[in-house]
Design a protein around this ligand. Sequence first.
Ligand SMILES: *Cc1c(COP(=O)(O)O)cnc(C)c1O
Length: 393
Amino acid sequence: MEIHRFNPPIRTLMGPGPSDVHPRILEALSRPTIGHLDPHFVALMEEVKTLLQYAFQTDNALTMPVSAPGSAGMETCFVNLVEPGDEVIVCQNGVFGGRMKENVERCGGIPVMVEDPWGRAVDPQKLEDALKANPDAGVVAFVHAETSTGAQSDVKTLVGLAHKHDCLTIVDAVTSLGGTPVKVDVWGVDAIYSGTQKCLSCVPGLSPVSFNERAQEKIRDRKTKVQSWFMDLNLVMGYWGSGATRSYHHTAPVNTLYGLHEALLMLKEEGLENAWNRHQRNHLALRAGLEHLGMELIVPEDERLPQLNAVSIPEGVDDARVRGRLLTEYNLEIGAGLGALAGKVWRIGLMGHASRAENILLCVGALGAVLSDMGISVNTGEALSGVQKALQG
Ligand SMILES: *Cc1c(COP(=O)(O)O)cnc(C)c1O
């Protein structure tokens, strides 16, 4: 077998992530690598922390990127905040809540599950009932933006309930950060994690996290050592903490952090609110196009995420074949359904740099063309003018 240089095709990424990476970020990644304790790099780290505080809308000093993907940010929250025997209420309305349960169990904690239908937001009433029925619970965990279904939950209300019952909160904001409002301080979130490859338009591989004072206190007061050496925040802070001696903990992914710095700078230049509005506007345009093609979003209107659109697959259509043709004929990636929704929905992302008018037109046009070619009666022209109208409206 002869092995050649790897030249990836140029795709448009409209799935559940990774999303399109902006050329400015790709350029930043290719800048010269310097030492991770170099004063220039330490200065960059400080800026990354400040920019992350802006993205999360927080003054939390403990705000930084974990050197690994979103799942590691999730794990960082759980291993630090859950000790053996702790009761943790986990609200599940999709795939990622299930992973939270796994995390609680692996920390030796006791998960108390609050289940909601896939495609719906977390029901605050069910959380309140669980809090009353489980007075010993100390932590509540849930997903803000369920990427597996396209549902958005009401963080402010859920955090308020948790605090009323003296629980800390762990919030998954992997898909929400940069795409839809995330207000850590106003909402009082105690611990939150995100990812770089969704609405931040950066490459995969980093997980921004933020912990408030209450969460840090809980970590300091632990009776047992955090079982993960790599994720023990007491140790990580020696490297990332303000005024820290920057002693060696692990080698930071230097170039990936150049990328994150550039991505966050771009978010700041655009302005958070403008970014949220852009995601919302483009969501409405995509929705108009899909509805003209005869497809329905599965999430009720007031619980929908603008950056992840789960749409039901038309009757009799071969899911994998359509996605395969979009990829090979149009260089367009959309996502398949996960878990209970496998084969039933497509997940169309409009995340970060991918949330652009031309992508919506490409997606609606290509879907229309492929469906029509497969014998489904659709009016692609009407769908495209529906998109145009919504974009102008
Ligand atoms: C993508 C995603 C994750 C996991 O992030 P990775 O970077 O793939 O590890 C966790 N939670 C949600 C809601 C996600 O969308």
